[in-house]
Write a new protein. Structure first.
Length: 87
């Protein structure tokens, strides 16, 4: 009879450990999914940072200054002729 009791207790403990193990695996899967999403967000932010750095570098060029002078201020080079169409 004592052997049956020990077997029962061991079985209950084993089942409890299996249930706990499954819960831990579900948590781990959730954490892995979250980690993948965070990695994707991090990569997107790195790309965005690179685009901002590229734009910042471009804004330091003469080409950018010329573009702004033409578009915003309407300036032209000395040897250019501007033709405007009537609307």
């Amino acid at each position: 009879m004592a052997m049956l009791g020990i077997t029962f207790v061991v079985s209950v403990l084993f089942i409890g450990m299996m249930v706990q193990g499954m819960k831990l695996q579900e948590q781990l899967d959730g954490y892995n999914t979250r980690l993948e999403k965070l990695d994707e967000q991090l990569e997107e932010e790195r790309q965005r940072t690179q685009e901002i750095d590229d734009l910042k570098d471009y804004m330091k060029t003469d080409e950018y200054a010329e573009q702004v002078a033409r578009e915003k201020l309407g300036l032209v080079k000395g040897n250019e002729i501007i033709f405007k169409t009537e609307e």
